[in-house]
Each structure stands twice: as C-alpha cells, then as structure tokens.
Design a binder for this molecule. Structure first.
Ligand SMILES: [Zn+2]
Length: 227
C-alpha cells in the first residue's frame, strides 16, 4: 500500500520564469498528464490509498502521506529545493559527492537528488532547470519546444522521479554497500545519459529489474519530508 506523490514547487514545469505565459501553462498541464500516465504505466508496487499508485498533489499537509508512500518534489534547482533546507549534518557528510553534483548546474549526470538515511525524513527532488538544459544543450534559452523535446522532456522528468524514488525507498532496504547506480538493474536506476545533441539515451523507462526492485521495496516504511 503505497502512493508516489508528485509535488510541483514551481509556477511552471516548462519554463523557468516565475510568470508563465498561457501557452506555457497549457504545456504544463500536458506535461503533468504525460508524467502521470508514464509513471502509472511503470508502477509495480502495491496499490495505495483509494487504489492508486501515483498522483499529483497540491496540499501535502492535507493529504498526509504515510511512511509507506514516497514524495518527489519538482523544483527549479538545488538552491531553491527542499533538501538544502532539511539536510542534517550527518546526512550532508554521507552525501558530499552527490551534493557537489547537485550544486553544479552544468553537471547533468544526475538530474535530481535524494536525502535518505538514519531516522531522518527522506526527501527527494527533481531539478527542472537541469532536465531542460540537459535535453536542450545549445538551445537552452529558446523557449520553444521542438517535437523531440516535447516527447523527451516529460519522459526525462518521469524517469528522474522514479530514479529518486528508488534512492528514497529501495536503496535504504539494501545492504550498506549496495549501489543503485551499479546494481539497481540499469534503466532508470542508473545515471541519465545524453547524446552530444542532448538526446536522451537508453531504454525509455524502467527495466524489468528496476520494476522488480520497486515491487519488492517501494512500500517500505520511511517517513517522508513534507513541505
Ligand atoms: Zn542517483
């Protein structure tokens, strides 16, 4: 019994401006629908509340996710995310490498971050700015989406959300030396890889092994940070 809650912390998914145009708002709705449909299609974990597995959420305090659920925040970047505000000193020590990657806006190896471990609430976030820049490369400031970007951007966001959900719920259930990036079954468990032109490489979604890990461990009990 578990739900993957998706929480948008920015005015827009498709634009890094604070005042999206009507067209960008229309695109946001389209992307939200596509991300939800992709994740629902990939979800293998036990049905959660009201018999669903994935949902966008407006008010997390009201929804009150259980410790079996997972919350993924969609934020502009690390400095405007939820993790930097919640990280304890001991978590920060464990996560030094990942923090350096997350803080570097031009490092697209990881397009999100998860703080998990100890008795602290787990927090996962996906970086919209990095996802856009990674796909668009030299076109990064062009507000118009090409047909390929329209297809791959929601796909990348959905894959990044599932990648962070695995760090949040699967990795803490594995032995201490287990590495999601190396032993998580490839696919969305590994780092997101891009071709020189910014094309997303690799299988478009979770592998069978990713799905088995999620089925076995997604509903594990870890309290989630609520913002
Ligand atoms: Zn990762």
């Amino acid at each position: 019994m578990a739900v993957l809650w998706l929480k948008q912390m920015t005015p827009s998914l498709s634009s890094m401006t604070t005042n999206p145009t009507p067209e960008q708002r229309r695109l946001d709705g389209q992307f939200r629908d596509q991300i939800l449909a992709l994740l629902q299609g990939w979800a293998t974990w036990p049905l959660g509340r009201d018999r669903y597995r994935v949902s966008w959420v407006n008010n997390l305090v009201q929804q009150a996710p259980t410790a079996h659920d997972c919350v993924v925040y969609f934020v502009h970047n690390y400095t405007r995310g939820v993790i930097q505000a919640t990280l304890t000193t001991s978590q920060a020590t464990v996560m030094q490498n990942q923090l350096a990657i997350a803080r570097n806006p031009s490092n697209f190896r990881e397009v999100g971050l998860t703080a998990a471990g100890g008795s602290q609430a787990h927090a996962s976030e996906v970086y919209l700015g990095k996802c856009l820049s990674a796909l668009r490369q030299l076109r990064r400031d062009n507000p118009v989406f090409t047909p390929r970007e329209l297809r791959e951007y929601p796909l990348l966001l959905a894959m990044a959300a599932l990648h962070e959900a695995m760090h949040n719920k699967v990795e803490p259930e594995m032995p201490p030396n287990w590495s999601q990036h190396n032993q998580g079954g490839g696919g969305v468990a590994g780092s997101m890889i891009f071709a020189p032109g910014g094309q997303l490489l690799g299988p478009p979604g979770p592998t069978q092994a990713n799905q088995t890990f999620l089925q076995q461990h997604f509903a594990s009990r870890h309290p989630q940070y609520i913002a």
